[in-house]
Design a protein around this ligand. Structure first.
Ligand SMILES: [Zn+2]
Length: 267
């Protein structure tokens, strides 16, 4: 169900009555509306507005935040409609109504009813017998009601409502799986970025070490096992350079260092 304004008004007026329509219209599409603003705009007494808001609050259809007025020392309440709760409330109302109608239909099919010609009462068989088939209000003789009409009426209403309800239920399912997949997506995204970060970190730590010192000496092993310790790493590099210098010329190690630096910059 798309929660149209008309639908919201319909659902909320079922709780606070038609007098509440201006209030509902002031709340629609807004957040944190001060109760005093609501009273002014609807031209209603603040007490009436508060009563309606608390009624909506008891049905979990609105929420509030409050702030202390520093000058006056009292709290001001700011109200916001809760669309998800309104939707659920609508769903629940339909579900309850459907249940009630089904129960009434069963009663109508299983029991006999008696009515007063003056339309004072309608009694089931047991009650009718208790009053000896006379109206307890006006004393007229009561007669068996034509229940077929009522049964067809209930059956029609139930089938209509059942269709509406099935659609609502289907939409609820879709919405639920939507939020579930969204949640999963967020989790997997987090995992992917975490993995990527790890990979980048590893690459940054490992690449320069292995490429700067191509020959696997004792020093490089140390560097790989403790990649985070950069201080030791740089000392080790110098050591390697010195060792190399003793064999070849110093310029070789410097070259190696430079290529490392360049690669780091590129990363
Ligand atoms: Zn009567």
């Amino acid at each position: 169900m798309r929660l149209t304004k008309i639908k919201v008004v319909e659902i909320l007026t079922s709780v606070i009555g038609e007098d509440g329509i201006p209030l509902i219209e002031e709340l629609l599409g807004k957040e944190n509306v001060s109760e005093f603003d609501l009273a002014t705009k609807t031209k209603k007494d603040i007490k009436i507005i508060r009563r309606m808001l608390y009624l909506l609050y008891n049905h979990n259809l609105v929420c509030f935040t409050r702030k202390k007025d520093k000058q006056k020392g009292w709290y001001i309440y700011y109200w916001t409609l809760l669309p998800e709760s309104i939707r659920f409330n609508h769903f629940k109302m339909k579900r309850d109504l459907l249940e009630r109608l089904k129960k009434r239909l069963e009663e109508e099919k299983q029991e006999l009813f008696f009515v007063c010609p003056n339309e004072c009462v309608r009694l089931n068989f047991d009650n009718a017998m208790n009053f000896e088939f006379h109206c307890p209000e006006c004393g007229e003789l009561i007669s068996q009601d034509n229940q077929d009409e009522k049964i067809t009426h209930f059956e029609k209403r139930i089938s209509e409502l059942q269709k509406e309800f099935d659609i609502l239920q289907e939409q609820r399912k879709v919405r639920r799986t939507d939020t579930r997949t969204k949640r999963k997506e967020v989790v997997s995204k987090k995992k992917v970025t975490a993995r990527k970060k790890k990979e980048v970190k590893k690459a940054k730590e490992k690449k320069p070490v292995t490429k700067a010192v191509p020959k696997k000496t004792k020093v490089t092993k140390k560097e790989i096992s403790k990649p985070k310790n950069t201080k030791k790493g740089s000392i080790a590099k110098k050591k390697v350079a010195r060792e190399k210098a003793s064999v070849k010329k110093k310029s070789v190690s410097k070259k190696a260092k430079k290529t490392t630096e360049n690669k780091l910059k590129k990363k």
